[in-house]
Design a protein around this ligand. Structure first.
Ligand SMILES: Cc1ncc(COP(=O)(O)O)c(C=O)c1O
Length: 396
């Protein structure tokens, strides 16, 4: 039957599907929205289903593969998986590698929902988790067990901006045959590439610095070909892959990541220096400041910049902290970080579901602690915004 003889109901299912003119070398890659590609016959299916062709979007998609290639390049890993969020990356990795009876040794200063994943999900599968202060490697040494399968950490710990000696930590973990999994969201590959320091797997919430514009939710897992192959089969079943549209946006964001992030690192350093001199500020947590407890380690690990996250403490007065938030003109309170505009967050509020008020205080999350994610604005505008808002703490 010729297409002209097709009924309208059928014709409309095909009309406009093919391009009228040849399309060669577009300056930006197209978005491959199609969830499936036509398979010619069973021989073709054999090629497609063994990784030789794209045929189903969850299995593989060119836009997602583009992001994976860029992340692997930046992290100097062999391969990456790109996920629908940072939490999808973290849960896919852990659920894939762990079995009942295993032990995980985790830093006590990691993302709150990662702690919930450990406590609410992994413990259901009889996985034991110990939290330790990773800034003191003697603690790590003491808490490692013969069945420790994973040592899990972030390099810059939220919200006190503590620094973990990832090289020494990896050596200790490998002695008992544990894998080192690093969530490097706060640091980015422009501050440090954990795989070069002995880590086995590096994870990112790409939602943050990679996306950089607070408009994409995504995550990544980077490691050796062998490790990614192991995780991939479970990742497929969990189904947390990134969609083509978000993948396209993500690759576009990664193109300018170095420019953004380099400026953000510089701004963080300058904000830290300015706040440290402000009479309303009790102290500032940022590793380039010489009074930071791991200043020397940080300079050695991250000579190109220590990330764009810092925190500072003012008077522990909820009303005044709220007034400070209202008085800021440029800087806004956000439940995220890593965007191109500077934002703040309040750790004691963010962690109130995970820890008791006493525990929060013990962990340094006082009412007056404010976290900053430095953006790419002109530094003088940022400093003057913080300074004018800090006047709410004037004592009259
Ligand atoms: C360090 C860190 N890891 C993981 C996540 C989770 O990422 P997502 O929100 O993309 O799932 C976050 C989110 O804030 C984070 O800060």
């Amino acid at each position: 039957m010729k297409s002209t003889e097709l009924t309208r109901e059928t014709k409309i299912l095909y009309a406009g599907s093919e391009s009228k003119l040849p399309i060669e070398n577009p300056e930006t890659p197209p978005i491959y929205h199609s969830t499936a590609n036509i398979i010619r016959d069973m021989d073709d299916y054999d090629v497609a289903s063994t990784g030789g062709k794209y045929y189903y979007c969850r299995t593989a998609n060119p836009n997602r593969d583009g992001v994976a290639e860029a992340v692997s390049y930046l992290e100097k890993g062999e391969q990456s998986l790109v996920c629908s969020s940072g939490m999808a990356a973290i849960s896919s990795t852990l659920l894939s590698l762990i079995k009942p009876g295993d032990h995980i040794l985790a830093s006590r200063s990691i993302y709150g929902e990662t702690i919930e994943l450990f406590d609410n999900i992994l413990k259901k599968f009889n996985v034991e988790v110990t939290y330790s202060d990773f800034t003191n490697l003697d603690n790590v040494q003491a808490d490692l067990k013969p069945n420790t399968k994973i040592v899990y950490t972030e390099i810059i710990a939220n919200p006190l901006i503590e620094v973990v000696d990832i090289g020494s930590l990896s050596k200790l973990a490998h002695r008992v045959g544990a894998l080192v999994v690093v969530d490097s969201t706060f640091t980015t590959p422009f501050a440090i590439r954990p795989l070069e320091h002995g880590a086995d797997i590096v994870i990112h919430s790409l939602t943050k610095y990679f996306g950089g514009h607070s408009d994409i939710t995504a995550g990544s897992i980077t490691s050796s070909n062998e490790m990614i192959k192991k995780i991939y089969s479970d990742y497929l079943l969990f189904g947390g892959c990134l969609d083509p549209n978000s993948s396209w946006l993500m690759l576009r964001s990664i193109r300018t990541m170095e420019m953004r992030v380099t400026k953000q690192f510089e701004n963080a350093k300058k904000i830290a220096e300015a706040l440290a001199k402000d009479p309303h500020v009790r102290y500032v947590n940022y590793p380039t400041l010489t009074n930071h407890p791991q200043h020397e380690l940080a300079m050695k690990l991250m000579p190109k910049g220590c990330g764009a996250m810092l925190s500072f403490r003012v008077e522990d007065d909820r009303d005044k902290v709220n007034a400070f938030m209202h008085k800021l003109n440029l800087v806004k309170y956000l439940g995220t970080l890593g965007g191109y505009r500077t934002s703040i967050a309040h750790p004691a509020t963010a962690f109130r579901n995970e820890f008791t008020p006493e525990k929060l205080k013990e962990m340094g999350m006082e009412e007056g602690l404010i976290r900053i994610s430095a953006g790419a604005e002109a530094i003088e505008d940022l400093i003057s915004d913080f300074k004018q808002a800090l006047t709410v703490f004037d004592t009259v």
